[in-house]
Design a protein around this ligand. Structure first.
Ligand code: ZN
Ligand code: ZN
Length: 168
């Protein structure tokens, strides 16, 4: 990675850690400022890229999850849930539940794995909020191949998040 990226103010860590914002390094949430650990033993995923509390992320990846090649670094807003489309081998509704993020700087849409320490209630609130998307997020989605889950998919979301039990 080139030196100039480290000079970006949003990449300057609290202790001047030059790897701040790099692969598998802890970070402070761009939205709620919470301290977020990227330790795979805690969050259960590699390439942790979003906050487990408010679910916001940053535009880090260019071609593939974890490549950290994007120069954008914009704040990515969680806008809804989708299913990762696998090869239809197991039929519809069998894909992994994923978060959809839209970049508030450049409008890029990406889908991201839910981490083990993500707040299930926050994910469900995001799901409900996505039924009434604002025009900006709707435009981001319309320009991407990602399909938003609908209210009719609530049973599926509940099952994925709580193993079939309804939220309290
Ligand atoms: Zn946050
Ligand atoms: Zn961006």
């Amino acid at each position: 990675m080139s030196r100039h990226l480290y000079d970006h103010p949003m990449l300057t860590g609290p202790h001047g850690n030059p790897n701040y914002g790099g692969i598998n390094s802890d970070f402070n949430c761009v939205h709620c400022r919470a301290y977020v650990t990227a330790n795979p033993l805690v969050c259960g995923v590699h390439n942790r890229n979003h906050c487990p509390f408010c679910l916001w992320s940053r535009h880090m990846d260019l071609y593939a999850a974890g490549d950290r090649l994007s120069a954008c670094r914009g704040a990515m807003r969680p806008i809804g849930l989708t299913l990762k489309q696998s090869r239809k081998k197991y039929g519809a509704n069998q894909g992994e539940l994923m978060l959809i993020h839209g970049c508030s700087d450049c409008g890029a849409v990406s889908i991201n794995r839910i981490a083990a320490d993500d707040d299930n209630d926050a994910i469900y609130r995001l799901f409900e909020a996505s039924f009434n998307l604002d025009a900006q997020a709707r435009a981001w989605l319309d320009a991407s191949p990602v399909k938003l889950l609908a209210p009719a998919d609530a049973w599926l979301v509940e099952r994925r998040l709580w193993g079939g039990r309804l939220p309290a």
